[in-house]
Design a protein around this ligand. Structure first.
Ligand SMILES: Nc1ncnc2c1ncn2[C@@H]1O[C@H](COP(=O)(O)OP(=O)(O)OP(=O)(O)O)[C@@H](O)[C@H]1O
Ligand code: SF4
Ligand SMILES: [Mg+2]
Length: 290
């Protein structure tokens, strides 16, 4: 196992209020694994991933992390992460200095960019090219684990596919593991092998991607799957939406945090002694057609 995270909790004290965006997160990343973390906005996906790399300031963090892989991150919006007044090559060079002495030109070529890209400023590059520069910077540190946090949401569908195929290829070549954070279950089906579904600071369901998508158990996972647009649906059929929104991390509902939004909720779900959703013990056939 490359990395094992057990009972990760991340809390903040904000203006006299306790906020616990990550309450109890456990997951594993095998060597060369392709693991996804999925869930709606505000569920604690990024904080969990940043915590394992020690990148969260001013937080109370507890839990156990076993393994010490070298971790690199690529984020959603490269324009916010790249320095606008530095040429791409100089930025990659900085990252190279922090890690192995690899050649900037070789790194650019490995992500499918011509070496002349080194002389360009971020504003002279397309969104897909910027994301490739970010990947080159991430690779410069020769990571064992690449955390790709919504790396392609700002890109059009074709570029999205190119960038994720590139990550897959490089991960295969280098024997690198990938933790892919996304809300897009279609991309998870294509690019990950194991998935963890996160809601309100907890992992509510996990397993091999094909199994979870074909036989989701937790009502939240089922809701996420039902909300995926399907090509075989009647044209005017409304998209099934999960009603309501993710609560604030200082105000998690008592019992199962999903109960205000769950059609299956009953009094056992709101009990302070609630442990596990009863739906997890029933097998569902209503899944995602892979
Ligand atoms: N540094 C911080 N201090 C206090 N609260 C934070 C901090 N970082 C994140 N949070 C809060 O933690 C919660 C979870 O944030 P996180 O960024 O992990 O969500 P996410 O699942 O990645 O969502 P998204 O899909 O929008 O990226 C949010 O309510 C956010 O406001
Ligand atoms: S515990 Fe109850 S409210 Fe929570 S997901 Fe399961 S059925 Fe729904
Ligand atoms: Mg996030």
């Amino acid at each position: 196992m490359l990395l094992k995270v057990e009972h990760l909790r991340v809390a903040f004290h904000l203006e006299g209020r306790l906020s616990v965006p990550v309450r109890d997160v456990s997951f594993e990343i095998p060597e060369n694994g392709r693991v996804a973390l999925v869930g709606e906005s505000g569920c604690g996906k990024s904080l969990s991933a940043l915590s394992i790399g020690g990148l969260v300031d001013r937080a109370d963090i507890s839990g156990r992390i076993t393994g010490s892989p070298r971790i690199s991150y690529i984020f959603q919006n490269p324009m916010q992460s790249l320095n606008p007044v530095m040429r791409a090559g100089a930025q990659i060079e900085e990252a190279v200095r922090a890690g192995e002495r690899a050649e900037v030109a070789a790194l650019l070529e490995s992500v499918g960019l011509p070496r002349e890209t080194a002389r360009k400023y971020p504003c002279q590059l397309s969104g897909g090219q910027q994301q490739r520069v970010m990947i080159a910077m991430a690779l410069a540190a020769a990571p064992d684990l690449l955390v790709a946090d919504e790396p392609t949401t700002a890109l059009d569908v074709t570029t999205q596919k190119e960038v994720l195929d590139l990550v897959d290829r490089i991960a295969d070549e280098r024997g690198m593991a990938v933790l892919f954070i996304t809300h897009n279950l279609g991309l998870v089906a294509e690019h990950s092998k194991l998935m963890n579904v996160m809601y309100a600071g907890e992992i509510v369901e996990r397993g091999p991607v094909a199994e979870v998508l074909a036989h989701p158990r937790h009502p939240y996972t089922r809701g996420l799957i039902a909300a995926v647009p399907r090509l075989d649906a009647p044209k005017d059929a409304p998209l099934a939406d999960i009603p309501g929104t993710v609560p604030a991390p200082w105000d998690w509902p008592v019992g199962c945090a999903f109960h205000p939004r769950c059609a299956m909720a009953d009094e056992t779900c709101t009990s302070p002694s609630f442990k596990t959703c009863r739906a997890m013990f029933a097998v569902s056939g209503a899944g995602f057609n892979l």
